[in-house]
Design a protein around this ligand. Structure first.
Ligand SMILES: Nc1ncnc2c1ncn2[C@@H]1O[C@H](COP(=O)(O)OP(=O)(O)OP(=O)(O)O)[C@@H](O)[C@H]1O
Length: 315
């Protein structure tokens, strides 16, 4: 917890309805609607150029929509930008830092910009350094930080004003697996404190494990919302790879069961099965029929299948 009271309580999160924004004849955001709730991590997923950054800029009150409505904890970024900025933490995609300052000084400088008195600013910086695991590097110059460490400093900067709503544009880009896991844990605990966390990426696997809900966007339109836990995912169609020492028997068995299978190579096939329950049953039956299975692994999760289907004709 960053401050005694935590993030602004009673937040309503992010509500976006029918938002559109063009730059000349480029329609960056055509029609996006979404809801991101307090206490949850919501992923904004879409291919390059699908309008994610443009949308986040509108949420952060840095760009005015041509059409539609945005509410941040009930406030309109167009008519009440000060209220919105007081509530949001904004981590842009690729940000500069003051290279000559130390990590601690960067945070204290941001705190001063929010007019937080010096003693509290020091305390806030100290707490944030622990939150993002940079306490050991507090007195290093920002310029010597690695990419992952800079990303974490960027996250700490976004948290200085103790925001109830976090807008993070591609925070995991360029991070190694360990740093991604650390980032995931930090985002989860920020949501657990009651904050609304909206995080964008064009790489599905970066967000699949951290997000409670995913909004898929393509060509400036929100086209699908997926709940990432519960029944929706456990019953959705997903791909599984089966390796076997008996490729012929495997294919015959799948054909007899009318399971559509695609030969990958050698004894390896890929099948599409709806839900984990059915996948487990298929594996049991295969073994029961004497097919020597050496591996049965998911290759594409439900979210990835939904993403591919949703963006197929649109890019
Ligand atoms: N200021 C601008 N002027 C003109 N076109 C712009 C401007 N900003 C964005 N665009 C265009 O709008 C579209 C959406 O861009 P945006 O940066 O929002 O996408 P994105 O989903 O964030 O992409 P990425 O994943 O690559 O960061 C792109 O075609 C982009 O070239």
């Amino acid at each position: 917890m960053l401050t005694e009271g935590g993030p602004t309580s009673g937040g309503r999160g992010i509500e976006v309805a029918g938002v559109r924004r063009a730059f000349g004849d480029v329609l960056a955001v055509d029609d996006i609607s979404l809801t991101a709730r307090p206490g949850e991590v919501t992923a904004l997923i879409g291919p390059n150029g699908s309008g994610k950054t443009t949308l986040l800029l509108m949420l952060a009150s840095l760009l005015v929509p041509d059409r539609g409505t945005v509410r941040i904890d009930g406030h309109d970024p167009v008519t009440a930008p000060a209220e919105v900025r007081a509530r949001i933490g904004w981590m842009p995609d690729g940000f500069g830092t003051w290279d000559a300052l130390t990590v601690r000084e960067v945070l204290e400088t941001i705190a001063a910009a929010y007019r937080i008195p010096a003693p509290q600013a020091r305390e806030r910086a100290e707490a944030l350094l622990h939150t993002v695991h940079l306490a050991d590097l507090a007195d290093r110059r920002a310029r010597v930080l690695s990419r992952g460490q800079k990303q974490r400093l960027g996250l700490a900067r976004a948290l200085v004003n103790d925001p109830s709503v976090l807008l993070l544009d591609e925070p995991a880009s360029g991070l190694d697996p360990r740093s991604r896991i650390e980032l995931r844990d930090i985002l989860r605990s920020l949501a657990a404190e009651g904050r609304t966390v909206l995080v964008s990426s064009h790489i599905l696997t970066e967000l699949q494990e951290v997000a409670d809900r995913a909004v898929i966007v393509a060509r400036g339109r929100s086209i699908e919302t997926q709940q990432l836990d519960g029944e929706a995912v456990t019953t959705a169609l997903a791909s599984w790879r089966i390796d076997s020492l008996d490729p012929l028997r495997l294919t015959e068995f799948l054909t007899s069961r009318h399971v559509p299978a695609q030969q990958v190579h050698g004894g390896m096939v890929e099948v599409e099965v709806a839900g984990e329950e059915n996948a487990a049953r298929l594996l049991t039956d295969l073994i029961g029929a004497g097919v020597r299975v050496t591996a049965f692994t998911p290759t594409r999760g439900a979210l990835e299948s939904a993403y591919l289907a949703a963006t197929e004709d649109r890019q």
